[in-house]
Design a protein around this ligand. Sequence first.
Ligand code: NDP
Length: 447
Amino acid sequence: MTYTSNWDKFDHWLNTRNQGQDEFIQAVREIAADVQPIINVHEEYKHHRVLYRLAEPDRIITFKVVWQNDNGELRINRGWRVQQSNVLGPYKGGLRFHPTVNESILKFLAFEQCFKNALTGLPLGGGKGGSDFNPKHCSDAEIMRFCQAFMTELNRHVGPQTDVPAGDINVGQREIGYLYGQYRRLANEFGGTITGKPLEFGGSLVREEATGYGVIYFTENVMSAADDKLTDKRINISGAGNVALYAAQKAISHGAIVTTLSNSKGTLHIKEGLESTDLNMIISNKESDNALKDAADEGVGEWLARATPWAIPCDIAMPCATQNEILLQDAQRIIDNKVQYVVEGANMPLSEDAAELLHASDLVYIPGKASNAGGVAMSGFEMSQNAQFEPLSFGVLDQKLKDTMAHIHSQCWEDGFAADSDQVNYSRGANVAAFRRLADAIVAQGY
Ligand code: NDP
């Protein structure tokens, strides 16, 4: 077969070996398009086939998870750990429990994670894992039994120098506690193998808040570089989980007006802006079946069943729920509403065509691998606190988070300028800066 360019050759290779894995192909193509020009002028990157090597996971572990529900019936789920690359450090990335989880989604997340972790400047490789288990409506005891069964297999493949999982969708401190307890029993070791732990046994201050806070710190860096500021900006946030709620908290405390939160059932629209006290009420009620509708029932804003936030006018759109949550028609509404910034809190929240449309528009687009890297950076700080047996204070860690987000911003800024434009392309900047670090490490370590 003859190819018209290196890109064609790579694209054919990628599609052939990952058939049916649309999310993974989407994520790799997006980064590959930005880094191909760098590869074309670096003979050593070509020779070492760095892009091909990054796009093939080091290994994928797939396993059966058998657990018992409260009625004594046996349930069978599938678990995965995608160990994408440890060229920069131990594999690092969260675990997601959701019925939509499949190998394609975990491969896309693991691939993106390598680039995000590279941007932090910390010694962290990339991985991701999870299960198609649906924890919604499970009792506490069922969740514990599932987590124990999951870790009974996963423990063989993780360790403080090998692979350090954390939380992601539906894996919060409760699940981390059960997973860590089972790891500790089986490995007979109390170390930093999982991050996002509760404070009582090795967790870090600011870990829970870090991703959401980091998104806002990054946004402030972007706005200050554009001579703009967050005060009085209207922000539509989607999601009502870990990332969304702490992004909302930090945004409000910095003078922004948070006009929406959402979940898989609909959107809470607060025209005049969410008050801190109402947000705290939502945070403390987050285990409820629908904390946002509960808030509307209490007189906080209006509940819009089955709606997303994207038709509502705002200055900043901040998707913080899940992948592919902004579709082409949503992107068009965002442009029609003259939104100035789209800042990703979630991983790959734009569908491929929505991303193309937004990239071609004038608004400033901030990719999640840069703006949501605060969570994994804080996990890195949790690992070093565990290794040194020395917890750090909230203030010290919050400052480290701010510094990390500023460091990521400056890399994206430097690599995001093109000779033919006066606007920074943050997406290209993030992809290129991360790729360079990964590629140099691959070349230096041989094959
Ligand atoms: P959570 O499980 O805490 O919250 C997820 C939120 O998104 C929930 O409110 C959920 O609603 C909503 N949601 C899920 N699916 C959909 C959907 N299809 N449509 C609308 N809303 C939906 O997850 P996190 O906040 O931890 O993660 C959110 C995103 O951020 C994910 O993409 C994750 O990978 C990414 N991320 C998370 C990090 C972290 O530290 N937690 C770090 C970096 C990235 P419902 O409860 O109704 O399902």
